[in-house]
Design a protein around this ligand. Structure first.
Ligand code: HEC
Length: 145
């Protein structure tokens, strides 16, 4: 009789352990769903002034201001929003809402021959996160925000 009793208790407590594991899995599943729902939400608005201009200043201005080699050979200046949107002497390199076909995004993502990847070989490169910031800004409409 005492033996049977203790057996029951053991089975019972094992069941409790399994229950709590089960609820843990449910909780993990729910938090995953919440997490991915969070990711699916519209990403934060990228700001030209706060996020993009500082990157262009740091990584592009050494060559893309009047008098510098990049500007002199392409006509592309990153001195301000208007010159950025004006593009090269051949036309725009930023197409609002269309990062895939924006020459500037192609160049910084390296979707071009490595000899013309921007910044040019030798100059400090953008990190993937910085490239993504510029891409997202173009995707969100390349606004002067
Ligand atoms: C070390 C100098 C240098 C740096 C830094 C540099 N560029 Fe350039 N860039 C050039 C030169 C030189 C050219 C023209 C010749 C060529 O296309 O390779 C050029 C051309 C370009 C063009 C025009 C390409 C075309 O279709 O004619 C774009 C757009 C451009 N650069 C964007 C950028 C961006 C954006 C950055 C910063 C992330 C950057 N560049 C940084 C030197 C530089």
């Amino acid at each position: 009789m005492p033996l049977k009793h203790s057996l029951t208790v053991r089975v019972g407590s094992k069941g409790a352990v399994m229950d709590s594991r089960f609820y843990f899995h449910i909780a993990a599943l729910v938090s995953c769903v919440v997490f991915f729902a969070g990711c699916a939400r519209e990403p934060a608005q990228v700001s030209y002034a706060k996020d993009v201009a500082p990157l262009l200043e740091k990584y592009c201005q050494s060559c893309h201001l009047p008098g510098q080699i990049g500007y002199d050979s392409s006509g592309f200046s990153v001195s301000d929003y208007d010159s950025l949107m004006k593009g090269t002497k051949y036309g725009p390199v930023v197409l609002a809402g269309d990062p895939l076909n924006s020459a500037m995004v192609m160049l910084i993502e390296g979707r071009v021959d490595s000899s013309i990847k921007m910044p040019h070989a030798g100059a400090p490169a953008l990190s993937q996160q910085q490239i993504d910031t510029i891409r997202l800004w173009v995707e969100q409409g390349a606004r002067n925000n």
